[in-house]
Design a protein around this ligand. Structure first.
Ligand code: FAD
Ligand code: 2HG
Ligand code: ZN
Length: 478
């Protein structure tokens, strides 16, 4: 085990040195500045920090890390603080530096011929998408938090989102990284190459490492042609088996151009309509299960409208789809996506929720949903399943809202029991207990329960090799 770097408060002379490295705009000890950054997005974890530090450059980050290494000060890297598992929330003792990357937000270069964009870690995801679109290119990573999450956070969590089945997750979208190591050294892996077989691919150690190995300061990301023909439909689907059959058919019918395939249960739609303003129900009749499906082609004449109509017509004739509507305008498409992406916020307003971000092989999804729903409802009658998500990747947000009459606190006391019921079934089916959100603080014990000993041992050895003093994000993941 790495030593606990955060067991004592940092020396004041170390903090003074850090302040002078980053200058007046680069640090704050004011409670008002720090408060929003010390609690996780879901509001379940809170911490304290010895100092909030906001470096403006790689050089400043490296100097700060050098001081931290010298004095043995622990560091919590932070992006947009939208983690679903409290991965960027410091611990309560207040001995850590909170290293918020938001000031490092330059887009260094867009190269449309190389199909790459080079960005600093603090760039907001939506700004990268916009800068790429201006160059007629697509940066396909897309998720509900894209207006506030940062690319450094996306890479550190290996984020997924709604376009993974076509373009891959964050790991698949990165060509190069620049990382400040716990020693203060800068590892320059900022390559723009699609081929490079010169030994271990070091960048992939940092992707998905949740700030436990170093601070990502910049990245080279892959771009794609900006789609010119996007067709989006909202379909009521007969049942879970029909969803999976539809997914397979959609790939064929579109010429493998499905860019999103999301599943939404009726309860999620009801919550979004109830709690988020400006949403309308796309279909007149109520049904239990829906799919939000998008086909996209790079050329304006890709023929996606015809593909989607033919796909829905056959699915309707075969009884897989009960009703469907294809978006006729950006506003209509926006409404479909607002429902889908509003569920997280709506579920938070509705009261306590116990979440599972799970993945199983796509063909096992119906079995998983039926078995695990029954097991949880048997455990707690009245609990409200809120199942939705990236079914195209076999990744569901298999969530539960509290029974309406129950106290939120009493409901959340069953968090661990409900997690165990679901995760046991998921693991039994060869699945993952964290498909895209990561581990952080929330799922650390679950990781240790389910991950084989040898996997954990290898992870610890990598950690010890890169961060021997245990300075990076202690208490998270490992
Ligand atoms: P933070 O929350 O600030 O940090 C996350 C982790 O990354 C922490 O461990 C932190 O230490 C580390 N970190 C941050 N920046 C750096 C850096 N520069 N160097 C090293 N480590 C760093 N996630 C998905 O995968 N798919 C979704 O569809 C999705 N939808 C969401 C919808 C909503 C409404 C919300 C609130 C969240 C959603 N998330 C989703 C979760 C979250 O947005 C992602 O995990 C995101 O990638 C986190 O980015 P962030 O910048 O907010 O990182
Ligand atoms: C999404 O896909 C996010 O909307 C959040 O990953 C999921 O609220 C959730 O559990
Ligand atoms: Zn998701």
């Amino acid at each position: 085990m790495a030593p606990d770097a955060a067991s004592t408060a940092p020396a004041s002379e170390a903090l003074d040195r850090i302040k002078s490295i980053v200058g007046d705009k680069g640090w704050s000890a004011a409670p008002d500045d720090q408060a929003p950054l010390l609690t996780d997005w879901r509001g379940h974890f809170s911490g304290q920090c010895a100092l909030l530090v906001r470096p403006a450059s790689t050089e400043e980050t490296a100097q700060v890390m050098t001081v931290c290494a010298e004095y043995g000060i622990a560091v919590v890297p932070q992006g947009g603080n939208t983690s679903m598992c409290a991965a960027a929330t410091p611990q309560p003792h207040g001995h850590e530096i909170l290293l918020n990357m938001g000031r490092m937000n330059a887009i260094r270069d867009v190269d449309p011929l190389n199909y790459t964009v080079t960005v600093e870690a603090g760039c907001i995801l939506q700004d990268i998408q916009a800068a790429s679109a201006e160059a007629d290119r697509l940066f396909p990573l897309s998720l509900g938090a894209e207006g506030s999450c940062q690319i450094g956070g996306n890479l550190s969590t290996n984020a997924g989102g709604v376009n993974v089945l076509r373009y891959g997750n964050a790991r698949d979208l990165v060509l190069g990284l620049e990382v400040v190591l716990p020693s203060g050294q800068v590892w320059n892996g900022l390559r723009r190459l699609r081929k490079d077989n010169t030994g271990y691919d070091l960048k992939h150690l940092f992707v998905g490492s949740e700030g436990t190995l170093g601070v990502i300061t910049a990245a080279v990301l892959k771009l794609f042609p900006l789609p010119k023909d996007v067709q989006t439909c909202f379909a009521a689907v007969r049942d879970l088996d029909a969803v999976i059959e539809l997914l397979a058919r959609a790939r064929e019918a579109s010429g493998d151009a499905v860019s999103s395939f999301e599943m939404i249960g009726r309860f999620g739609i009801d919550l979004a309509i109830k709690h988020i303003s400006g949403i309308t129900d796309p279909l007149q009749e109520r049904n239990d299960l829906y799919a939000l499906i998008e086909f996209s082609g790079a050329r304006a004449d890709s023929g996606m409208a015809g593909n989607m109509e033919a796909f829905l017509e056959t699915a309707f004739e075969d009884g897989l789809v009960l009703d469907a509507t294809i978006a006729q305008s950006d506003a209509q498409r926006g409404n479909f996506w607002k429902i889908r992406e509003g569920i997280t916020e709506a579920q938070a307003v509705e009261g306590g929720s116990i979440k599972h971000d799970i993945a199983v092989p796509v063909s096992r999804v119906p079995d998983l949903v039926r078995t695990a729903t029954q097991a949880v409802v048997d455990f707690m009658p009245g609990i409200r399943p809120c199942c939705f998500g990236h079914v195209g990747d076999g990744n569901l947000h298999f969530n539960f809202s509290q029974p309406p009459e129950m106290e939120k606190k009493a409901f959340l006391e069953h968090w661990h029991d409900v997690n165990r019921i679901v995760h046991d079934i998921v693991v039994e089916m060869g699945g993952s207990i964290s498909a895209e959100h990561g581990i952080g603080q929330l799922k650390r014990d679950e990781l240790h329960h389910y991950k084989p000993d040898l996997d954990l041992d290898l992870m610890r050895r990598i950690k010890a090799a890169i961060d021997p003093k245990g300075l990076m994000n202690p208490g998270k993941m490992l």
